[in-house]
Each structure stands twice: as structure tokens, then as C-alpha cells.
Design a protein around this ligand. Structure first.
Ligand code: ATP
Length: 306
């Protein structure tokens, strides 16, 4: 009996660990997706004094040798500023965020944070310096409070509430019968995509990293939710270096710089107004999105009329 119960316990333990691991995007990449060859150099020191400047220097990258994905990417995000990456699907936008987080190593050029090549410092310190709000947050099967506090395990109840307030999710939580003690995740209350993303934003506010990566949801959210999330993101990105991976254009208008990526190369860069004036790829993407938005608006109006 003993012989059987130990392994069964152990399998239960593993199962829970794996389930919990899967529930957190950063851990998930740690466990599953980071190729084994990404290791700290012997004696690597942690990133020092993170102000948050990001530099991509002639960055080249491929997942498979015969298919280059990034073909010489150069840009800088000064500490505290925001850069949005836009471009057609498959252009390599999310790949840029993966290289910054060092899920993968570049195959040419370098990624630097405050002048330090991310390959020369510890992975742990790089990930500590970066907060990631992923496209699709999967929550732990635990309470909402636990899910937010995960950003900073020692945080007080008041800090958790304040983070929820800033993420525009506090009132929603307070109106649940069990408030912050509500169980969420697969076995608990199912939250909508927008609600989950705001929980992830609250978690990141608590973590308070100098650098933020926001990978926007690709799925369309309703206008009201989108506005709430936008204002939550504006809060969290204030005075932080922010890299926004934008799958839609409505959210990039205020970025300090917009980089337009096309097939692994930078096709254009500038502010929203500069890029509209230029009349190039960005301007045509913008026009197309306006048309799509207007068509959707007409559809909605017609439905309401029926
Ligand atoms: P989208 O807006 O559709 O999310 P994206 O610009 O973010 O697109 P990436 O996710 O960076 O695009 O992907 C760029 C290219 O790299 C795509 O053609 C994709 O198929 C390929 N790719 C992405 N991840 C992998 C991987 N793990 N292995 C092999 N190829 C990959």
C-alpha cells in the first residue's frame, strides 16, 4: 500500500505543479518553450541599475534556419518612453517581444537593456525587470486576490486593492458575492477575456517592473471594455519603458514612436501623425481599419434598428 500511495501522491503533486505552471505565461515559457540551449553564461551577473532603456541592434532571428523572421531590426526605446510595433499578421511583432524577454537568443545582432546585452546577464534578472501582459491570460485556480498578489507575494491587502483600482477592475470584484476571495480559473468563476486581462494588469502594477511588454488581445473587445483596458494600460505604462505589440491600430495613436514591421523589416517609423502624413503602409492600414470600424458600426446600428 505504501509503495503505491507515494507515487500516486507524487503524480498528484506533479499534476498540480504542471497545471499551475500552465496557468502562468512566464512560467509556461520557462517550462516549455525556452529552448534548452538558452543558459546563463558561467558567472553571469544580474542586470544592474535598470532604468529601462531598450536597444535592438541589427537584430536577426529565425526559428527555422531556412526561414528568416527578423532581418536586421534597429530601434531604441529610451527609458520611460513607449514604442508600439504594428504590421501585418506574421510580420514578426510578437517575436520581438520574445527576444526582449529572452525566450530565445538572437541569431545576429544584439538586444540590450541599459547597455547590457541580455545574453551576458542572468535570465532571472531580465525577467524580473520586465512585466508582461500577454494576449491571453490564463489565471491560477485560486482567488482573485491570489492572482493579483502573485505580482508581488508580500503585498498588503490595501496594495492589492489599489492595484485593482488602477487596473479598473476593483468595482467589478467588489460586486462579486465573495469579493477578492472569489475563486477563479477553471474550477471557479469564469472571467471574460477583458476581465482576465485587467487582472493581469493589476498583477503587473504590483510587480512594478521598469519595463513593460503589452501584447494586445487580437480578439475584438467591445468598445466599452476596450476603453477600460486602455485606461488601465495608460496607468500602468506611465513613466515605464513600454513596448506595445499592437494587433489593432486604435491603441497606438499616443505612442512616442510607432514602428511598422513588414516581413521582418522595419518599413516605416514615426509618430501617428508623421506616419499618416507619409501616406505609406501605416496610412493605408489606418484607412482600412477605419473602414472596417465604420462597417461594423453600420451593422450594429442596423441590428439595433431591427
Ligand atoms: P500576429 O499579428 O498574427 O500575432 P506577429 O507579427 O506577431 O503576428 P510572430 O508571432 O512574431 O508574428 O510570428 C512571425 C513568424 O514567425 C510567423 O510566420 C510565424 O509562423 C513564425 N513563428 C512564430 N513562432 C514560431 C515558432 N515557435 N516556430 C516556428 N515559427 C514560428
Amino acid at each position: 500500500l505504501m509503495q503505491i500511495s507515494i507515487p500516486l501522491n507524487f503524480i498528484g503533486f506533479l499534476y498540480r505543479e504542471i497545471r499551475q505552471g500552465l496557468a502562468d505565461i512566464e512560467t509556461m515559457f520557462d517550462l516549455l518553450l525556452v529552448p534548452a540551449e538558452i543558459k546563463d553564461l558561467p558567472g553571469a551577473a544580474p542586470l544592474s541599475a535598470v532604468a529601462g532603456q531598450i536597444v535592438f541592434k541589427d537584430v536577426r532571428f529565425h526559428y527555422d534556419e531556412d526561414r528568416p523572421i527578423l532581418k536586421g531590426i534597429d530601434f531604441e526605446v529610451p527609458a520611460g518612453k513607449s514604442v508600439a510595433i504594428v504590421g501585418p499578421s506574421g510580420a514578426g511583432k510578437s517575436t520581438i517581444s520574445r527576444l526582449l524577454f529572452r525566450f530565445y537568443d538572437v541569431t545576429g545582432g544584439a538586444v540590450e537593456i541599459d547597455g547590457q546585452d541580455v545574453r551576458n546577464v542572468t535570465q532571472e534578472s531580465v525577467r524580473h525587470a520586465i512585466g508582461m501582459v500577454p494576449q491571453d491570460t490564463v489565471l491560477f485556480n485560486d482567488t482573485i486576490a491570489y492572482n493579483i498578489r502573485y505580482g508581488r507575494p508580500g503585498a498588503s491587502e490595501e496594495d492589492v486593492r489599489e492595484a485593482a483600482r488602477m487596473a479598473q477592475i476593483h468595482d467589478f470584484i467588489e460586486n462579486l458575492p465573495k469579493g477578492f476571495d472569489t475563486e477563479v480559473g477553471e474550477r471557479g468563476l469564469k472571467l471574460s477575456g477583458g476581465e482576465k486581462q485587467r487582472v493581469a494588469i493589476a498583477r503587473t502594477i504590483l510587480k512594478s517592473p521598469p519595463i513593460l511588454i503589452l501584447d494586445e488581445a487580437t480578439s475584438a473587445l467591445d468598445t466599452h471594455t476596450e476603453r477600460e483596458i486602455q485606461s488601465a494600460l495608460d496607468q500602468v505604462s506611465k513613466n515605464r519603458t513600454t513596448l506595445v505589440i499592437a494587433h489593432r491600430l486604435s491603441t497606438v495613436v499616443n505612442a512616442d514612436q510607432i514602428i511598422v514591421l513588414e516581413a521582418g523589416e522595419i518599413a516605416e517609423r514615426g509618430t501617428h501623425m508623421e506616419l499618416l502624413d507619409r501616406g505609406g503602409l501605416y496610412a493605408s492600414m489606418w484607412a482600412r481599419q477605419r473602414e472596417a470600424d465604420e462597417a461594423e458600426e453600420r451593422l450594429r446600428a442596423a441590428r439595433e434598428h431591427d
